[in-house]
Write a protein that binds this ligand. Structure first.
Ligand SMILES: [Zn+2]
Length: 176
């Protein structure tokens, strides 16, 4: 049975550490971590979660965009585990958008991200997949990709004035 994992919080070294690639996606221990991450991200109303956030220093994350109380305007998509992900190219065009993080509760920030990216990853079955992502899905991918490189969205905000509280964020988005 999958279990809801504890989520590493800002300050815990695993969020800043190195990660290793996954050689054998079909390994039962890898599949068990993926199952745990799927239930953990759903339970926490996240739209993505990276392995270091559940104390697993692996190059693995899940993109799970769907409308929920934390992201009411998120597009719906099937939760997708991405193993050994890479960014192949980025559009020159960037866009600022609000981000939060399950590891940084209570804070939102305006973060510039590439509008479009080309990515490659392995599925949980080990198949290689290449696709182009844009908009919010591209944003999630870049946020999670940062996690497996020891970076947080706080490192990407251009100015501390781009940070606001969760309560203020919710007040703003209900007016959108
Ligand atoms: Zn995060």
């Amino acid at each position: 049975m999958p279990i809801i994992r504890n989520i590493a919080q800002l300050g815990q070294p695993v969020l800043r550490g190195e990660t290793r690639g996954i050689d054998y996606p079909s390994d039962p221990s890898v599949q068990a971590i993926i199952e745990d991450m799927l239930v953990t991200v759903a339970d926490a109303d996240g739209v993505g979660i990276a392995a270091p956030q559940v104390f697993e220093p692996l190059r693995l994350f899940i993109v799970a965009s769907r409308p929920n109380p934390r992201y009411p305007h998120a597009p719906a998509s099937e939760p997708t585990p991405m193993l050994n992900p890479e960014i192949l190219w980025r559009s020159d065009e960037t866009e600022k958008g609000w981000e939060g993080c399950l590891s940084v509760p209570g804070i939102r920030g305006q973060v510039p991200r590439s509008l479009k990216i080309g990515v490659r990853y392995q599925t949980r079955d080990g198949c290689f997949c290449e696709e182009m992502l844009n908009g919010f899905l591209a944003r999630i991918f870049q946020h999670e990709y940062d996690h497996i490189n020891g970076l947080l969205f706080l490192d990407r905000v251009e100015d501390n004035r781009a940070l606001i509280t969760e309560r203020e964020y919710r007040r703003i988005i209900t007016q959108l």
